[in-house]
Design a protein around this ligand. Sequence first.
Ligand code: 2M8
Length: 418
Amino acid sequence: MPGSPREGRGMTDPDDAARRILRGNDRGGYTVPTAGLYPYQWNWDSVFAAMGFATFDTDRAWQEVETLLSGQWPNGMVPHILFHKVEPTYFPGPDVWGGVGPVPSSGISQPPIAATFIRWLAELDPAGADRAKAMVGPLTDWHRWFFDWRGEGGAICVSHPWETGRDNSPDWDAPFAAIEPANLDAYYRRDTSHVAEDERPRRWDYDRYLTLVKLGHDCGWDEAHLREVSPFRVADPTMTFTLLRANRDLLALAQRFGAETAEIEDWIAAIEAGSERLWNADIGAYDTFDMRAGTHSGVISNASFLNWYAGVRPERMLDHFDRIAGFLPYGVPSADPQQPGFEPKRYWRGPVWAMMNWLIALGLRDAGHDARATALCDTTRSMILAGGFAEYFDPRDASPAGGRDFTWTAATWLAWAS
Ligand code: 2M8
């Protein structure tokens, strides 16, 4: 972690500020993304949190992931939210979801970045080898769940936008337009009491999010049934590319600890081939593919740039990366600023997310695109120094948006951007 300029509005010591955010969001064994707005344990947020903790407290880092895996369902799925104790500041809570695992939870998963970061954690902290070894079985079961229930010829689908973590991306506009919300009980959102309405999804989106949650809840999260009847089944670059990368890292862990590798090798080959499904030749970019409609979204998002992280086709996406970098001072925006649907302050429809930049830059570095990786790290550092540890940032001027004192931005700072 190279040194950083100690500047920024109101931040005399950003490293110390970041550590204090992680400690402040620690609820004892797990970390919330931010108080109030997100008062539970989220899946990929926790993995980023672990890497932040790893810079100053490796025991706490391992504990974060162990608590996450303690919520694994019997079918292998690791939920996207664990509701360790009920908090009234968030909706929808455990009763709306009706998760069927050992800890009250949601009924969907989130991008499986865990194996990748557990591998690093094990390298960083050799004393934690036994803890890493104990995770190989649960991680394999989780990856198998993705492959069995979300795989479509090696491309990995989602059954809800929340599963990708990119909640209101323009990617979902077309599949959502085909969903007519039905039989929804009256509900009261809590998010807009914490954050300005124009930085959050619209009511139109929430009606459809909750329609899909109700569908899952009412069948007890029966994946075979949902695969048949759900109106929403979309192959997605976040899932496909993070799972491909995670399988490569799981393979390394399995080899190190003498676990079975053949199944993991098969998954890697299948997803490498299946990722081609996400290549939209019309726009020369990776995007989502709606399995129900048989159409690409045509949307270039920050997830479109995860092919390098996944280790596929390193020559692709560079033109779009350079075009967008030349158009906006702070990238990578969550939606293409030169496409319709771009909204620079509205959540996953334009703002920049520091932890997505981290994943993209990791991939750029692995693919040998070093100058771009360094430039992305530099702009992310400036963005955080200018805007603080916000949930996301306006790509035009780095102004902060969404929640504040945010765990994954603090963790990204400590483990990568500082
Ligand atoms: C956001 O998603 C949650 C639902 O899962 C929400 O808006 O209520 C997304 O940014 C997601 O990627 C993230 O994991 C979560 C917590 O930070 O918030």
